[in-house]
Design a protein around this ligand. Sequence first.
Ligand code: GUN
Ligand code: ZN
Length: 439
Amino acid sequence: MTADIRAFRAQILHFIDAPNPQTGAGVEYFADGVLLVEHGRIKAVGDAQVMAAQGLDLTRCEHFPEHLLMPGFIDSHIHCPQAGVIASYGEQLLDWLNLYTFPAELQFSDPDFAAAAAEQFLQFLLQNGTTSAMVYTTVFAQSTHAFFTAAEKLNMRMIAGKVTMDRHAPAALLDTAQTSYADCRELIDRWHNIQRLHYALTPRFALTSSPEQLALTGKLYREYPDLYLQTHLAENPQEIALIKSLYPSARDYLDVYDHYGLLGSRSVFGHGIHLSELEIERLAQTQSGIAFCPTSNLFLGSGLLDMARLERAGISVSLATDVGGGTSFSQLRSLAEAYKILQLQGQSLHPLKGFYMATLGNARALQLDHCIGNFAPGKEADFILINLAATPLQTLRQSSAQTLAEKLFALMMLGDEHNIARVYIMGKLMFQRAASSRG
Ligand code: GUN
Ligand code: ZN
């Protein structure tokens, strides 16, 4: 083993495809595994004894026998400026935006505030084991610059964009169709595909964008074919009624975005809870994705996503926190609430499927699976070490868990950021949790 290669020995789990829980296809698990990392990329993964027989010196491994090593979590929908208003009481979507969210986003007009907040936000992601995300910044272009600058410093793979909104919000938070077009162009030229960064056109939602702004967004989307696009869709009944009144000639909510050319395989629509059959058909036809935001959907009382219906139609459903509508940065918490949402509808979420969604599934949904999401050789070595027993209760529960699926299920139902022991970005240690007094 050359000096440039680092070896991490632990229980190792990753996915090579969507898992079949019955047969185990798609899952690769090593109870005693080794991950080799060279120059920040995956060199190999395998069983420790097999690799030792092939010449690997196991004494050179960094050894974490009690920990589960897996790819970093990916979050497909989250708002950088909303960390400070997480857990704000009492409202559903539209009042929640007006009362808490818009005032919080106004603070980002101050460049120093925006820079400090972006750095803190990325630390929150790391502390929760999230190594990549698709992120809304604010309407202020400099807050998007601040976000990309902070992400570049940490060398994280991130998708982000400036929120565009030119109506139905406080005047100080509005751009115009023309300024947003110009600002987005500048941001794209500066940041898109630079280092590990990507740009997402980010019209907040149809309520806060004029037809002119959506038309110019569509123009940009055509001008730069490898951009992403993110927005909100069919989250809340009052929101949907307002969209209907603002766009009376549209067939439905999705049709507003469709009309301006905003659908496609690089488009991620947040929520999509209340959709008609026609909307589902059109999402599927255009290969557009839905970001499932369980803690947000429950917290804001938005509704229960019928994930089985979307998946039956062939729509890619990714997993997201939607902080600060969501109540946790932890994708473990997202999985727990997703499970309960599906239980209420007679569906389920197998833990293998859940951890696939949080890693390779989300990488695929964001078209990043060529570089992140699992431990295929050559991919970027973003990975986490998970403590399966971070509290006395978890220790008790894990002690009776027999199978990998059982262990993972207990982790996803009981876990949170306290289970995240270490986080690596391209092989470099970026976060290490102090020894816990919890258990
Ligand atoms: N719809 C429009 N803006 C937002 C937002 O910031 N959060 C959520 N959850 N929904 C939205
Ligand atoms: Zn959102």
